[in-house]
Write a protein that binds this ligand. Structure first.
Ligand code: ADP
Ligand code: MG
Length: 340
């Protein structure tokens, strides 16, 4: 059989480039929620409200009281590779914001109907931009930003077919906000579905927020952990062996405020429980790792769910030690209760 005739190389149209990028970043409504809440937090929001319809497939609205976007920059916010967060390689390597790729809004807009309404503190009123038409209109709004995403994947039916039931998509979206809530106890969060509040966390201290999000049961069966190891600060809670579960659903790891999955750190934690957990039992924990941004590369995965540590061995050792010590202190406290 003759090979197909060669086609000339062509540059892809912008819209298609964004749709391809969206394939990496936007898997389901929860991915949109994660990106929009990241943006709200980067904007300095104190309160973030997420409103969903049909599990987020029909509509996702995220409102914040952050710094807003000046009207002259609204069209730029929707452009690919346009960001206010970094401007150089040096800034990328020291990045402290959740975002820096300048890709999320363009990607989401290419697979949905999107509109942004925003107002900065010094503007007389807000503005709304429709992503598809680019049309700008004055709008009433307090300082902050509202992003509306309707009909996710309406133009990419193949992707839409992969979506699960409304209930499952809603659960994933709530989980996305739960992770943000753990990382930012100082910010208030609310999630609405079809006009009802389905999750709400008021601004609080970390201990209170951990209890609010993870439940009193986990708090009662876990110990606070706070360790400094060289350039590393480790805080959070490690569940006692009795808090172990059959699934990995209560394993939260944050690196510099970002929820991540990391095999190295999971392995270190698992190793710390080695003599105390049997079979397939999974430890429960919420760990917050702070490290100089220069010592961790957050630009390894489009969704930033993975990071790469410059000195992985040191991180592994510090995490394992910290958890071992916490568990040992717990056992000691149980063996010899302090007289009150
Ligand atoms: P990134 O977050 O990587 O910069 P995005 O596509 O998510 O890229 O957003 C593009 C830009 O739009 C941001 O850099 C920011 O300046 C602006 N922006 C997006 N969302 C908000 C928001 N909720 N409040 C203020 N500015 C925002
Ligand atoms: Mg962003």
């Amino acid at each position: 059989e003759a090979p197909p005739p060669r086609r000339p190389i062509r540059e892809l149209p912008d819209e298609l480039v964004s749709q391809i990028a969206a394939g990496e970043v936007v898997e389901r409504p929860a991915s949109v929620v994660r990106e929009l809440v990241d943006n709200a937090l980067d904007a300095g929001a104190r309160a973030v409200v997420v409103r969903l319809a049909a599990g987020g497939v029909r509509s996702i609205v995220v409102e914040d009281d952050g710094c807003g976007i000046p009207v002259e920059e609204l069209p730029l916010a929707l452009k690919r590779h346009a960001t206010s967060k970094i401007g150089s390689l040096g800034e990328l390597e020291a990045v402290r914001t959740m975002g820096f790729r300048g890709e999320a809004l363009a990607a989401i807009a290419s697979v949905s109907e999107m509109a942004i309404t925003s107002r900065t503190a010094d503007a007389g009123h807000g503005w709304r931009v429709d992503a598809r038409s680019g049309e700008l209109q004055p709008a009433a709004r307090a300082a902050g930003t509202t992003i509306e995403v309707q009909e996710l994947f309406f133009s990419t039916p193949a992707r839409r077919k992969f979506l699960k039931s409304e209930a499952t998509e809603l659960a994933h979206a709530v989980e996305a906000v739960r992770r943000h809530a753990l990382a930012r106890p100082d910010v208030g969060f609310a999630v609405w579905h079809e006009g009802r509040v389905v999750a709400q966390w008021r601004a609080a201290g970390i201990e209170q927020r951990l209890a609010d999000v993870l439940g009193r049961e986990f708090i009662a069966a876990s110990r606070t952990l706070e360790v400094a190891a060289g350039p590393l600060m480790l805080a959070g809670r490690a569940g006692q062996p009795e808090a172990a579960r059959n699934r990995t659903d209560l394993q939260y790891l944050f690196v510099n405020g970002r929820y991540v999955r990391d095999r190295l750190v999971s392995h270190a934690v698992r190793a710390a429980y080695e003599d105390q957990l049997h079979g397939s039992k999974q430890p429960a924990y919420a760990l917050f790792l702070q490290i100089e941004p220069e010592l961790v590369d957050v630009n390894v995965h489009p969704t930033k769910i993975e990071v790469r540590f410059r000195d992985g061995r040191a991180v592994h050792q510090a995490v394992q030690r910290a958890v071992v010590q916490t568990l040992a202190a717990t056992r000691a406290a149980v063996a010899a209760p302090v007289a009150e």
